[in-house]
Ligand binder design. Structure first.
Ligand code: 9MR
Length: 368
């Protein structure tokens, strides 16, 4: 994004933050505020939210209203990542992230932090800088600076994202990232140590994908082992399970339920952090596709929300108007737009919205 666009985004967002009323209804939806995903979730002690990007919030009033009608929380898709904050070494630009924080606060929404340490979306200068003599200083400074900047305005953080990748065939199933190459596996606990020291009361999460289906069992085992070693040292508060579901994959509810119980038994919270459903393998027909998406999602949510340690559900985009699922290679081969978010591109509720609502209504109440 050019700096001109960033400026525009920031200005519009600041204006927006001031103007958006507290209780605005989603366009075209009934005004009954209790019939929203956020209220249904809240009645069970769960926080419902969605991933957004700054320009969507700044420029699209109807979308903004839909976010406020259904969500109690937002998560920046990219604006808090290293690659967004510091494209050039030493020139930090927090303006878009700050604008989202301000929008959230002005409208009584929580905002999660995503993410401090990720092998992807790194500024181009970082891999080389990490490998050099000052690598450790760059690493530590990044984590400290970002956390200190947002302080307690952000409710919790994905400290490390996607650090396990069994396909890389390394001991411990660690992903072969620039961090691992430079520091070895210790970069993970070290990031959590720094985060704890900067923000001792902010819950800290390890976040990953690819553990939702049975064929991903070896990744589940490696994630559990990592969590267990971090939690023994008091460094981690929870697991973020991204929950990018996919039609055509077989979801084994019993096996996943027992994985969730294993995580909970470590005393950790669980958040479903990037929920959506890839429908590239579903038929083109919209009614059939929507039903398959809703059924797949319901089975997953019914199982996960049964575990009381699951305290949050974030849709990675609230509507099909804005979704990463239309970006190749994740997009449908027939070129049709995906239908993997709760609202359609016109911000109308879909069977997936109903499935999420039904799963939330059926979830046990969490102890407060
Ligand atoms: O949806 C996000 C997209 O807008 C960003 O361009 C991209 C790179 O920063 O990240 C996407 O979100 C990813 C998330 O941060 C981690 N899990 C996978 C998500 C989809 O790629």
């Amino acid at each position: 994004m050019s700096s001109r666009n960033l400026d525009f985004t920031r200005r519009s967002l600041l204006k927006t933050a001031a103007l958006v009323p507290l209780a605005s209804g989603a366009v075209g939806q009934e005004a009954d505020a209790s019939n929203s995903l956020k209220s249904k979730a809240a009645r069970r002690g769960i926080t419902f939210g969605c991933g957004v990007s700054a320009p969507q919030i700044a420029k699209d009033q109807a979308f903004r209203a839909a976010v406020m009608a259904d969500c109690a929380e937002i998560v920046p898709w990219a604006e808090m990542k290293w690659g967004f904050l510091e494209r050039e070494e030493g020139s930090l630009d927090f303006s878009s992230a700050d604008a989202l924080v301000q929008f959230a606060h002005a409208n009584s929404l929580k905002i999660r932090g995503h993410t401090l340490v990720w092998y992807n979306n790194l500024p181009p200068w970082v891999p080389q800088a990490l490998a050099g003599p000052d690598g450790r200083r760059f690493y530590e400074t990044h984590i400290r600076t970002v956390l200190s900047h947002f302080g307690t305005k952000v409710v919790n953080w994905d400290v490390v994202n996607e650090a396990i990748e069994p396909n890389d065939k390394l001991p411990g199933s660690y992903r072969n990232s620039p961090f691992l190459k430079r520091f070895g596996p210790d970069y993970i606990p070290h990031a959590f140590e720094i985060a704890r020291s900067v923000l001792p009361h902010t819950p800290l999460y390890y976040n990953d994908y690819g553990i939702e289906y049975n064929f991903q069992g070896s990744k589940r085992d490696a994630v559990l082992e990592l969590l267990s070693s971090l939690s023994k040292r008091g460094l981690v508060d929870g697991l973020g399970i991204q929950s990018h579901l996919k039609i055509g994959l077989w979801f084994d509810a019993k096996a996943f339920r027992s994985f969730l119980a294993d995580v909970a038994s470590l005393g950790l919270s669980i958040l479903l952090t990037e929920f959506d459903v890839n429908d590239m393998r579903a038929p083109a027909d919209i009614a059939t596709r929507d039903r398959e998406v809703a059924d797949h999602a319901f089975r997953y949510l019914e199982t996960t929300l049964d575990e009381k340690a699951v305290k949050g559900l974030v849709a990675w985009g609230l509507s099909d108007r804005y979704t990463w699922l239309d970006v190749p290679p994740f997009a449908r081969r027939d070129g049709l737009p995906s239908r993997g978010q709760p609202l359609d591109a016109k911000l109308q509720r879909k069977p997936l919205w109903d499935a999420i609502a039904r799963a939330l209504d059926g979830a046990p109440v969490r102890p407060s």
